[in-house]
Design a protein around this ligand. Structure first.
Ligand code: 0O2
Length: 302
């Protein structure tokens, strides 16, 4: 966001002044030339030859300075791109914050690691105990700075680490993909009962799907992370959904970010996606019933 100014500004004025001073310093250099050519004593003497030489060199230097150096330099510096005052101010603030931002990112990454470990532990335990893995995959991310900035802007909050940590709950996100709908609720309950984890908010978009058909179970949790200076409670958004729900959500997400779709097509696709979401929910339900049948058959055969 460099702003090009054609008018001379303060920075350029200072530069010109510095250059003028520099060229004045070359008068001193002229003295040095005379001294080396005609001997050290010549500078103090009234020798005609020395005075003439001094005058000639000075004249020559003045002419070079006034007619060549300064106009050229002025011309050059006037069009140097300069950063607008307030942008410069924002950049300074940003630079001061960049270390803080990096630290914040690191803290959220650590919080993610803690939550991932909890989910992995549960999955490992269930795999040994019940011979199946309720979790098929786990992904995670720290929200990118652009999305953070957009969210802060929408909420009318300043772009500071303090505002982010106090107001945004989804900077750290963990997505747990389960095989069956029941697994979602089991994993959520097992996480919620862990006493180092504080449940801040639940959004059950499975029982109460969004109007577009979006389904997923969301938990906002606060987890303590132990850093060198002590314990910090960090917020993490956990999204738990089935593979089918996840497949649907990624296609829907793509639609959201496609910019060149005309409104008519967008409406058609949204309707199709909505119909898909319903079919997916039915399929998830049937798969769940098959799973339960298999479990009870296995129990009866023991
Ligand atoms: P991204 O890129 O995934 O991070 P709030 O946090 O309460 O102020 P918010 O953030 O709208 O309000 O909460 P919500 O509705 O629970 O949504 C949080 C996240 O759920 C979203 O994050 C998406 O990841 C996901 N989500 C919610 N609704 C939809 C939807 O209709 N389609 C899809 N594909 N995902 C959805 P972000 O920040 O929007 O995006």
């Amino acid at each position: 966001m460099l702003k090009k100014k054609s008018k001379k500004n303060d920075t350029n004025e200072t530069l010109v002044q510095e250059l003028e001073e520099l060229s004045e310093m070359s008068d001193y250099a002229a003295e040095m030339i005379i001294e080396s050519e005609l001997g050290a004593d010549s500078l103090d003497g009234n020798d005609k030859e020395v005075s003439e030489s001094r005058e000639i060199i000075k004249e020559y230097q003045k002419s070079v300075r006034d007619n060549i150096m300064l106009p050229t330099l002025r011309e050059k510096v006037v069009d140097v791109p300069v950063i607008d005052g307030d942008i410069m101010e924002q950049l300074k603030i940003l630079m001061q914050h960049s270390q803080q931002f990096q630290e914040m990112e690191m803290m959220y990454s650590c919080a993610i690691r803690e939550v991932r470990t909890k989910a992995e532990v549960l999955n490992d335990e269930m795999s040994v105990r019940y011979h199946r893995n309720p979790i098929s995959s786990i992904t995670s991310r720290v929200k990118n700075p652009e999305s953070i900035a957009n969210k802060l802007y929408k909420k009318g909050l300043p772009f500071t680490v303090e505002a982010i940590m106090a107001n945004l709950s989804d900077v750290a996100g963990v997505r747990i993909i389960c095989e069956f709908v029941d697994d979602i609720y089991s994993i959520a309950a097992m996480l919620a009962m862990q006493d180092d984890l504080k449940l801040v908010k639940i959004k059950d978009y499975i029982k109460y799907p969004k109007p577009n058909g979006y389904r997923s179970y969301h938990m906002i949790v606060e987890i303590p992370v132990f850093f060198s200076k002590g314990k910090t409670p960090m917020r993490v958004e956990i999204q738990i959904r089935t593979m089918a729900m996840d497949f649907w959500a990624s296609l829907d997400h793509e639609l959201k970010y496609k910019k060149n779709i005309n409104p008519e097509d967008e409406e058609i696709i949204a309707d199709e996606l909505h119909a898909c979401a319903e079919r997916i929910a039915e399929t998830d339900e049937i798969m769940q019933q098959i799973r339960m049948k298999l479990d009870s058959l296995e129990k009866n055969n023991r």
